[in-house]
Design a protein around this ligand. Structure first.
Ligand code: ZN
Length: 275
């Protein structure tokens, strides 16, 4: 009898454990993909997390995310499980960039209305939250080349401290093809934003989006579905930029996360990747 009870306890705790699987980077700027029971509700640090009907969800950690984070799962039967998450802190670089057009660092008064309209359009394009799970297929580098800027670095532009940089910058020639890192739906295809020039935003589901800045040309339209690997744009130097590069950013429901953590090291072994 005692053995039976013990067995039940062990099985019980295992069943409980199986109700939550997490995989990803528990680090500032990281994304973690989760799977729980169908019908479960998930809260991350008190915020409701969208969960697909079969139990998939994604959570993220901002640049300055505190060390302690908490996931609360309400299972359909009424059981509740709390998982404490330890988030690794990062040190960020300081990056100085000089030689930018002064107007793009300290905009004129007449630029303000345009900057504000751009901000609203970008916010709207990143606000989509739906049940698609294009993120489940994983992410590839949208273009390969020298990395000239990373997530989180403190920027000093023409000598003035500015917002941190939230993207990964990949240098390359103007016109180089830019691929969709995962499938998605295009939510913004703007030919000329004040700071970021030709800008493309695609949504990968559950409020996770990719933004490409400083493009030369955009080859897709708003509302269009794109497949992973599809050429969606050409790399450029539009907007506030000192040279041609692709700036790739990722956002998850209002949090800025680090795309580089999703794709891993860039492999440049094949000659065609060096183009
Ligand atoms: Zn950049």
């Amino acid at each position: 009898m005692r053995i039976f009870v013990l067995l039940l306890l062990v099985l019980g705790s295992q069943a409980c454990y199986a109700a939550l699987e997490l995989e990803g980077r528990f680090i500032q700027g990281g994304l973690v993909f989760g799977k729980t029971m169908p019908g479960a509700e998930v809260l991350h640090d008190g915020d409701e997390v969208p969960v697909s009907p079969d139990g998939y969800f994604v959570i993220g950690f901002a640049r300055e995310a505190p060390q302690n984070s908490e996931l609360m799962i309400h299972l359909p039967g009424g059981t509740e499980e709390t998982r404490k998450l330890k988030i690794t802190s990062r040190d960020y670089d300081i990056q100085r960039i000089d030689g930018l057009p002064e107007r793009k660092v300290t905009p004129r008064r007449e630029d303000q209305a345009r900057i504000e309209a751009d901000r609203v359009a970008v916010k709207k394009a990143r606000a989509r939250v739906d049940q698609r799970m294009d993120f489940l297929q994983g992410f590839d580098w949208p273009a390969k080349g020298k990395i000239t800027g990373v997530y989180g670095s403190q920027r000093i532009l023409n000598g003035k401290p500015k917002w941190p940089h939230y993207g990964v910058d990949i240098a390359g020639p103007v016109g180089k093809p830019v691929h969709a890192p995962a499938a998605g739906i295009v939510t913004l295809a703007h030919p000329d934003l004040f700071y970021s020039g030709a800008t493309l935003i695609m949504d990968h589901g559950h409020g996770l989006s990719s933004t490409f800045l400083h493009l030369h040309k955009i080859l897709v339209k708003e509302g269009q579905r794109v497949e992973k690997g599809q050429v969606v744009a050409e790399l450029g130097a539009s907007g506030r930029s000192t040279g041609p590069h692709l700036d790739w950013r990722m956002n998850l429901r209002g949090k800025r996360v680090d795309p580089q953590l999703l794709v891993g090291p860039m492999k440049l072994s094949k000659p065609e990747n060096r183009k």
